[in-house]
Design a protein around this ligand. Structure first.
Ligand code: CP
Length: 310
């Protein structure tokens, strides 16, 4: 198969294992390209892409923009805080005005669950979800699995624990879908208040003890505590959270094996991870960021190929 089964990348829930394999194969090629002295290919010279960010981002926004430029696409960037959204313009009006400028593909981050799905039904452009509220962040999950595959040779059969604020995390849900599609075993570990009640229906185990979770896993993907999404207190204090679920070097060194440490960023240093863990040799946090560019090049390239074929 050399085509994606979907026209938009709205979530991992909508794709299949063959799509993931195709994205990874394409990303392998682009990873080789971005490590050459000339890091650009002319593949998307006739494609225009708009990056619509209605919520803050560092990694995802820069990574998409770099990926698009490495593919030679024309790129326009939109940030809601500096736009007419502040004057009351709707999402559809904003998107349609941008599309009038002959845009082929939209990458969108939005605080509301389902915003990308909604947009895909109302505008004539391909949509890539760069994070919609607490729902999905598909390219993050793809780059996470790609980084595990790079480090451990395969995702299939590996034991992955997702640690922390699962309830508010789009990274967690997309990772669970992606990891399960590839045949990994997945557990979550965190305060009971931050673990969704439906989690076991997704084929995911719950391990409330961080030491036991680390002793079980090959990889710990540690999430940020998303204080900005918490309207009530989910745990008594940050200090208590860190004592019960934070990973420090002493804990990591005491489990008797070397596990891989991941984090999607941004890190609350000293809360979910101490700096000596974030920067440890077994941490692949910056490899995740590097792989993000190759993964996003692959996703955009494959969707753009469909546009060219139509
Ligand atoms: N991982 C991630 O989505 O980071 P940003 O919010 O900085 O894009």
């Amino acid at each position: 198969m050399n085509q994606l089964s979907v026209q938009h990348l709205l979530g991992i829930k909508h794709i299949n294992k063959a799509d993931i394999d195709l994205i990874f194969k394409t990303a392998d090629h682009f990873k080789e390209v971005i490590n050459r002295p000339i890091k650009k290919v002319p593949s998307l010279r006739d494609i225009t892409i708009a990056n619509l960010f209605f919520e803050n981002s560092t990694r995802t926004k820069l990574s998409f923009e770099l990926a698009e430029k490495r593919l030679s696409a024309d790129v326009i960037n939109f940030s809601a805080s500096q736009s007419s959204v502040k004057k009351g313009e709707t999402l559809i009006d904003t998107a349609n005005n941008i599309l009038s400028m002959k845009v082929d593909l939209i990458v969108m981050r939005h605080p509301h669950v389902g915003a990308c799905d909604f947009l895909s039904k109302h505008v004539n452009a391909r949509i890539v979800n760069a994070g919609d509220g607490t729902h999905e962040h598909p390219t993050q999950a793809l780059l996470d699995s790609y980084s595990i595959r790079e480090k451990l040779g395969s995702v299939t059969g590996k034991k992955i624990v997702i640690v922390g604020d699962v309830l508010h995390s789009r990274v967690a849900l997309s990772n669970i879908y992606a990891l399960k599609l590839q045949g990994a075993e997945v557990k979550v570990c965190g305060p009971k208040t931050l673990i969704p009640k439906y989690i076991e229906n997704l084929g995911v185990g719950v391990e409330p003890n961080i030491r036991k979770a680390l002793e079980w896993c090959d990889v710990a993907n540690v999430l940020r505590v998303q204080n900005e999404r918490m309207d009530i207190n989910y745990f008594p204090s940050t200090r208590e959270y860190t004592q019960l679920f934070g990973i420090n070097k002493k804990l990591l060194d005491s489990i008797g094996k070397k596990i891989v440490i991941m984090h999607p960023g941004p890190i609350n240093r000293g809360v979910e991870l101490t700096s000596d863990v974030a920067d440890a040799e077994q941490s692949i946090i910056l490899n995740q960021v590097e792989n993000g560019v190759a993964i996003r090049m692959a996703v955009i390239y494959l969707l753009a190929e469909q546009i060219k074929r139509n």
